[in-house]
Design a protein around this ligand. Sequence first.
Ligand SMILES: Cc1cc2nc3c(=O)[nH]c(=O)nc-3n(C[C@H](O)[C@H](O)[C@H](O)COP(=O)(O)OP(=O)(O)OC[C@H]3O[C@@H](n4cnc5c(N)ncnc54)[C@H](O)[C@@H]3O)c2cc1C
Length: 256
Amino acid sequence: MSEHFTLRQVRSHMLAPAVRHMAFERTDGAPLRFIPGQFIQIHFDDGGRALKRSYSVGTFHGDPGNPEGLVEIAVSYVEGGAATRLLSGLDVGGEIAASGPYGRFCLHDADTNGRYLLIATGTGVTPYRAMRPLLEQQIAERDLEVVLLFGARNPGEVLYGDEFRALADRLPGFRFMPCLSREGSALPHADERRGYVQAALAELSPDPARDIAYLCGNPNMVDACFEALKGHGLPIPHIRREKYVSPPDPRRAAAG
Ligand SMILES: Cc1cc2nc3c(=O)[nH]c(=O)nc-3n(C[C@H](O)[C@H](O)[C@H](O)COP(=O)(O)OP(=O)(O)OC[C@H]3O[C@@H](n4cnc5c(N)ncnc54)[C@H](O)[C@@H]3O)c2cc1C
């Protein structure tokens, strides 16, 4: 069930030149109960407009970097963006109104597939970060393979790349494939690819008998991968999507 609460910023750092990892505590001291894959909304006033924006929760249980279980989000700065203005200027101790959790972009207990194809661009990787313990558990319990395809322009924009690489190194069954569209790494890992995630997806030969796909982030990428996966024969319920879009501006919507 979703609730309204206030978040206080505890710490933050830049994950990439225009992406900020932010960690918050609830001012009421309560934990945020959420299912990995869900998002929260922040509520704020922007020059007389009451706005809200959504952010996927990236917190995962057992994270040594977040023993307090703070509410973690990754915020991609958008030029001229209202939430960008607010969140990029928020200092430690700064408070924001929020609500949640929301959303159904979650793993399903009833899934018996042999492989998850997790596909993201940019901050769209955050839900998969939150899903880590569940994925690890499922890999341990059944013959499951997980492939994370992450689309970015260059190595500096591979968010949480070190974490996912370390997980892949430790966990047979989990594969991490960064797909870099503009510039590759100086010393690329064997699983790094040049180009868009769609191209790497074809290399994995999606199989309707075995695969369930999750797509998160840039709407164009989500649409392109959705069409590609349908083309490979995946049934629509096995292609789960979350598009990162802003709601329409209430002033522009009111103007017609
Ligand atoms: C379910 C859901 C989960 C989301 N999770 C995250 C998340 O974890 N992290 C995150 O950073 N964002 C996430 N988003 C997007 C986020 O809610 C905001 O839309 C985004 O941060 C921009 O908000 P803003 O107020 O700064 O920009 P706005 O004021 O909404 O937009 C300013 C201008 O930029 C354009 N614009 C908006 N977004 C983009 C974009 N991505 N690229 C280029 N132009 C854009 C708008 O059309 C507008 O012209 C999510 C969205 C949804 C629906």
